[in-house]
Write a protein that binds this ligand. Structure first.
Ligand code: AHR
Length: 508
């Protein structure tokens, strides 16, 4: 084995960078598989403790993450969803076939009021994704009035008849989803015109201010982003934040390299592990590319980049419905998340929101449910350990490394990732060692201040394949006391495939 990798991280504690929006820790919940039904919602008659049908164990676990926002009802489902089918007495709501996801019958028992109740229980901002693909401008406009209009408006009266007099606050609004694919198979120019048209009728009612998000690119389709930027910059609306749309999304999923052969969530070799990490680290290049395009039209960074969907996508768990996208979640998934967050923190000047797909039982979930039992996945712990970065000022980390890389075929993977922030006098460092076999010796060279009372936590296991089930927990956050304070900062050794957070009080 090659010599032990080592690194020195130089951090100026008094040089604050852009604020890391708490929305970078956002979530996504779609009517897909067991995310809504069985995941969030079990119905009022369930023996599983619930409030209005919403599972209380799920709410309690998610409240510990300080979820800032929740995107709903899709995804691809959003462009087939007709909101009027999900209001009024449950027994009289029409059903539909969920044609994207398993062709199951959707009974619409979880609808608008239930979603807003869920957001209230979670303390999260609602992000509603409207239907452009198969909906109308009027349908979208009415939904917004139903949610946010006064009780005297026609839609407000309908809302009141359904039990809610006061309008809700809905800060985020999606104008369709994946318009290049399941959202209508449109060309960029055609969608850009539609986005302007729909956005025109996405009204601000009362005090509610919508942050409208146009359906953006797939992966590195920079031309799509450019078309959406041109469509608003020609009228000067990038300098007018209340223009047609204030944000543009992008979707990026991590696999071990092949979209058509995604591989098992739990059975993978070291090469597949490293290829996954190469794909995960590509998020940096991708966000840089979209940001560069946006900079050309909007140097003042008034239009936000929104990573609407991100996370790992594996073959579905054996024996489950292929349309339900149910997958296990290992330590590998957790490290994919931790390296994404380092990139998000560094790119917080343009990236205003990121929503992991999806919160419960689907793709890279925080939680897996099995009847009345609940599993916290390794990814859950990364969100929990990192929550102190929400709304903190980012701190630049300068790394001097030796041996912190591995060769994977033609590609080189940098195995050390790190970010830092400060908020209310508390500094938080996040460090990931992706190396499958070797620990890394890390020196934190801190300038512009001292760290008092540093405390660390670690997420690791004896192999990246480890995961949690209803019968056993193999991966969870634990205290990590192998820290040495030095006159210049700290020294520690990160075990292979581990994620560590260190926090301490900033002393001038
Ligand atoms: O998250 C699952 C699906 O992935 C979403 O519905 C869609 O937007 C994307 O293709």
């Amino acid at each position: 084995m090659s010599p032990q990798p080592a690194a020195r991280a130089i951090v100026d504690l008094d040089l604050e960078g852009p604020v890391i929006s708490r929305q970078l820790y956002g979530h996504f919940a779609e009517h897909l598989g067991r995310c809504i039904y069985d995941g969030f919602y079990v119905g009022e008659d369930s023996e599983i403790p619930n409030e209005g049908g919403i599972r209380l164990d799920v709410v309690e676990a998610l409240r510990r993450l300080n979820i800032p926002n929740l995107r709903w009802p899709g995804g691809c489902f959003a462009d087939e969803y007709h909101w009027r089918d999900g209001i009024g007495p449950r027994g009289s709501r029409p059903s539909m076939v969920n044609s994207h996801w398993g062709k199951v019958v959707e009974n619409n028992h979880f609808g608008t009021h239930d979603f807003l109740a869920l957001c209230e229980l979670l303390g999260a901002d609602p992000y509603v994704n409207g239907n452009v693909g198969s909906g109308t401008v009027r349908e979208m406009s009415d939904w917004i009035e139903y949610l946010t209009g006064s009780k005297d408006s026609p839609m407000g009266r309908l809302r009141t008849e359904n039990g809610r007099e006061e309008p809700w606050r809905v800060p985020f609004w999606g104008i369709g989803n994946e318009a290049w694919g399941c959202g209508g198979n449109l060309r960029a120019e055609a969608y850009a015109d539609l986005a302007r048209q729909f956005a025109t009728y996405c009204r601000d009612h009362g005090d509610n201010r919508l942050y409208r998000i146009a359906a953006g690119a797939n992966n590195d389709d920079y031309a799509w982003t450019e078309t959406l930027m041109k469509a608003i910059s020609s009228l000067g609306s990038t300098s007018e934040p209340r223009g047609y749309y204030q944000g543009i999304s992008v979707h990026y999923y991590t696999t071990s390299g092949h979209w058509d052969r995604k591989g098992s969530a739990t059975e993978f070799d070291t090469e597949q592990y490293y290829r996954t990490m190469i794909a995960a680290r590509r998020i940096d290049q991708l966000l840089a590319g979209h940001s560069a395009v946006m900079d050309c039209y909007d140097p003042g960074k008034k239009v936000g980049l929104v990573l609407d969907e991100w996370g790992t996508w594996w073959d579905v768990a054996p024996g489950t419905n292929p349309g339900f996208l149910h997958q296990q979640n290992t330590l590998r998934d957790a490290l994919v998340a931790s390296v994404h967050f380092d990139v998000f923190h560094r790119r917080a000047d343009r990236l205003v929101m990121a929503n992991i797909a999806q919160t419960v039982n689907v793709l890279q979930a925080m939680l897996l449910t099995d009847e009345d039992r609940l599993v916290l996945t390794p990814t859950y712990h990364v969100f929990e350990m990192n929550k102190g970065h929400q709304d903190a000022a980012s701190l630049a980390v300068h790394l001097r490394t030796s041996g912190t890389s591995v060769q994977v075929g033609e590609e080189e993977l940098d195995t050390l990732s790190m970010s830092a922030s400060v908020k209310d006098g508390t500094v938080l460092f996040s460090v990931t060692n992706l190396d499958a076999d070797r620990p890394v010796a890390l020196t934190l060279d801190l300038r512009g201040g001292r760290l008092a009372g540093p405390a660390a936590r670690i997420l690791t296991a004896d192999a990246p394949q480890r995961h949690n089930t209803v019968t056993g927990t193999a991966v969870e956050a634990k205290p990590f006391d192998a820290l040495t304070q030095t006159p210049g900062g700290l020294e520690l050794e990160l075990p292979p495939h581990s994620f560590v957070t260190i926090s301490g009080r900033l002393v001038e």
